[in-house]
Design a protein around this ligand. Sequence first.
Ligand code: OAD
Length: 252
Amino acid sequence: MGDGTNIKIDESLIDSLKESESIVFFTGAGISSESGIPTFRGREGLWNKFKPEELANFDAFMRNPELVWEWYNYRRKIVHDAQPNPAHLTIAEMQNHFKDVTVVTQNVDNLHRRAGSKKIFELHGNIERNFCINCKKFHNEELDFSVGVPKCECGGLIRPDVVWFGEYLPEDQFLGGEKAAINSDIFFVVGTSAVVYPAAGLVYTAKASGATIIEINIEETEISSSVNYSYFGKAGEILPRIFEDYKLRTDF
Ligand code: OAD
């Protein structure tokens, strides 16, 4: 495992960045771990302690909506109290220096938007939104749990707008992410174990389309042997380092 401050950033990467117009950041739970949001897998993974795959599915919700909401309200509280960290903020700042910066995230925590990123594709939904399972109306008002699981005016149960196991990804978000991957010059893969498909497939889409792939993670992953550059350390240290080096070697 590396410490971002000691890691040397390859000059050839900085050269590639100088020539790049389209940069994609494909992100996962690890980018938010320095904001205090637990990851799912990995050493400190939340799923080492809980079994949320048993909760994060529609059948579980229909069987026991109170329990599933309890789990999501717990996570919503953590997300609500969290702040974007230097990794999210660096990505947002890079919008001012490159023609096209796109975030394609598996995270549901809204931290990229709160950091100021503008072009974001959310592959797995957003925990701060909710909708009715019956009429699909969005309910983004403060939900009232005082008399049980909140219901829509139509009588349907309200659920979080996140992708559950066995569900399709939102088509517009996936297609937008895929297009960005195809058009990218540089494709950063930040803080994801890259094991959940179809999202993880975007790494190979970008690679097949000729993008330079850069991985930033605290440990090796499934894709480490397929990337052009790997930096092992915290995203909140390495991303600012890369951007600082870029600025030092570029005239503005
Ligand atoms: P994971 O929890 O699977 O992976 C988190 C990754 O972040 C691991 O590879 C860690 O090593 C790495 N990591 C942890 N802290 C880091 C740091 N400070 N800097 C850099 N890397 C760090 O999370 P995802 O890959 O996002 O889907 O998981 C993918 C999907 O699995 C999630 O979106 C979720 C889950 O099922 C759904 O809920 C549909």
